[in-house]
Design a protein around this ligand. Structure first.
Ligand code: UN1
Length: 518
């Protein structure tokens, strides 16, 4: 049964269908409509930001340890609903159920980390250069925050923003992906159940154009203090430009073309396993998905044979069953993936499946789990012989496709790994410690895996990228607090007279020409 979903501002449902509506469908069973979503307009977005701004002072006044208790409750409430939420993610986005459970666990982990932060949120006491004077620092909330997220991690990645933002005393407007609306409203309901006052967390459903226009209106009205965005590099640049005009620095988590370098000393079976998981898990639709394998020429043939065999044998299909991956998230990703397949060239050798493109009765996949005709299922594609000037090498290809190329020396491998100009995740397979640190020092990525896949970041390490992958902002753990708080410095002079810094400082009489006489 399709749930009817509307934006919720200040605890009240926004008027229905201000800007039309859309259906969120099950990508493995397209006849199954999961939700009917009323879309808001730019005015809806702007109204939500104004509501968040109004709610901010009283939320910031609630002591941080009390806000931490709310985060604790969120974690327990999500935990008690783990299976139900995971089932909904599998139905709405086609993520295999075991992965969906992992995704929900990532929210719980995030809450577990930040509930304690409510009793820390440390500032410092700092000695003054004057007597009878003290210096302090405080972390103060930024204010009202808009969080715009993608649907490939429909609840975990949003929680990386929502949980620390709320804990730190900010109020939030969340704009989830429209095609993930049912999962989003479920998380919203679970977080609300922790007792958040009206207006502290608001949710808006809107298309990209209305969202950008609404953010612009809110920035101009002074009701929006920070934007968090996870999505494409192109939209990230638009948001960065908009925020920059108002002297704000957004938190941007964008795309990736994540490399995996495999050196001669690597365990090739381990590398093939890692490449399968990071290349094809979530049908290659993670920001951290493997883009290109850069394998030393001496082990290329052996690695490729193992990788191709693993991919050919992988179970693909019904995400409610034990599969490596299910359908594409939504028709728009399926259509784009069809375009990426157009980048295949005669010099490429394609491996990994019994066909290329959409899996159908006429273009079957050996061992497919379920009925491919009901959904948006695609063959996995390994492309060997990728060259540095191929579009497939240079650009993100959100979907089940992995390029393979060779290198001769480590300098060349690292140059190729950096060449596409992204910088999110990366991986190196080696048993040579020297190579690990060579790679670590020179790779442009924000995240490095050693003998592990490019995916699978833990919820308390800094997550984020550089260059086309982001503006250097980091989420997760203590690092994300720098996104949602600002440092405030205070000095308190209780000497009773004006003491001028730098000028009235006591000087000790040092003999700088002193030499030992030996
Ligand atoms: C994303 O793709 O936006 O590291 C996030 C991982 C997950 C998160 C990915 N824990 O693959």
């Amino acid at each position: 049964m399709a749930r009817k979903i509307v934006s919720i501002i200040e605890g009240r449902a926004a008027p229905r269908a201000q800007a039309g509506s859309l259906l969120s469908t099950n990508p493995s069973l397209l006849t199954d409509v999961v939700a009917e979503v009323s879309l808001g307009s730019a005015a809806t977005m702007a109204a939500a930001c104004a509501a968040a701004k109004r709610a901010h002072p009283s939320w910031a006044d609630i002591p941080a340890p009390v806000r931490g208790r709310a985060i604790s409750a969120m974690g327990r409430i999500v935990e008690a609903n783990k299976q139900a939420l995971a089932r909904l993610i599998t139905r709405e986005l086609g993520k295999p159920y075991s992965e969906a459970l992992g995704e929900v666990q990532e929210i719980i982990d995030t809450c577990d980390f930040f509930l304690g932060e409510g009793r820390r949120l440390y500032g410092q006491t700092v000695p003054s250069e004057m007597p009878d004077k003290q210096l302090f620092t405080f972390r103060v909330p930024v204010g009202s925050v808009a969080v715009v997220t993608a649907g490939n991690f429909p609840v975990a990645v949003p929680s990386w923003y929502l949980v620390p933002a709320l804990l730190a005393g900010n109020t939030v407007v969340w704009k989830p992906a429209e095609y993930a609306a049912a999962s989003a409203i479920a998380l919203f309901d679970l977080l609300q159940a922790a007792g958040l006052p009206d207006g502290v967390l608001n949710i808006v459903f809107a298309d990209g154009t209305a969202t950008l226009a609404g953010l612009d209106q809110a920035l101009q009205a002074g009701t929006l203090d920070k934007i968090g965005f996870t999505g494409s590099t192109a939209v990230g640049a638009l948001i960065g430009e908009l925020a920059g005009r108002h002297l704000q620095s957004p938190c941007l988590e964008l795309g990736g073309k994540n490399p995996m370098v495999i050196t001669p000393s690597a365990d090739l079976t381990l590398a093939a396993d890692g490449a399968l998981f990071s290349g094809f898990g979530t049908a290659g639709q993670r920001c951290t998905s493997l883009g290109t394998v850069i394998v030393h020429e001496s082990v290329h043939d052996e690695f490729l044979a193992q990788f191709a065999a693993a991919v050919a044998a992988a179970a693909i299909g019904d995400p409610a069953q034990e599969v490596v991956y299910g359908p594409m998230l939504d028709q728009k990703f399926a259509s784009r993936f069809d375009e990426y397949l157009g980048w295949l060239q005669p010099h490429h050798k394609v491996l990994g499946s019994s066909g290329v493109g959409k899996i159908t009765a006429a273009n079957p996949r050996n061992g497919f789990v379920g009925d491919p005709e009901t959904g948006l299922f695609y063959h996995p594609v390994i492309v060997d012989g990728v060259r540095a000037d191929d579009a497939l090498f240079r650009q993100e290809t959100f979907g089940p496709i992995v390029g393979v190329m060779t290198y001769k020396g480590m300098d060349e491998a690292i140059a190729l790994a950096n060449a596409p100009g992204y910088g999110l995740s990366s991986s190196v397979y080696t048993n040579n410690p020297r190579e690990v640190f060579q790679f670590q020092r020179r790779i442009s990525a924000g995240m490095i895996s050693v003998n592990n896949s490019t995916s699978g970041a833990e919820a308390h390490l800094p997550f984020g990228g550089n260059a086309k992958s982001g503006n250097g902002s980091r989420q997760s753990g203590m690092w994300v607090l720098d996104q949602f708080t600002r440092w405030q410095a205070m000095n308190w002079d209780y000497s009773g007279h004006l003491q001028k810094a730098q000028m009235d400082v006591t000087e000790l009489d040092a003999d700088l020409h002193f030499k030992l006489t030996t």
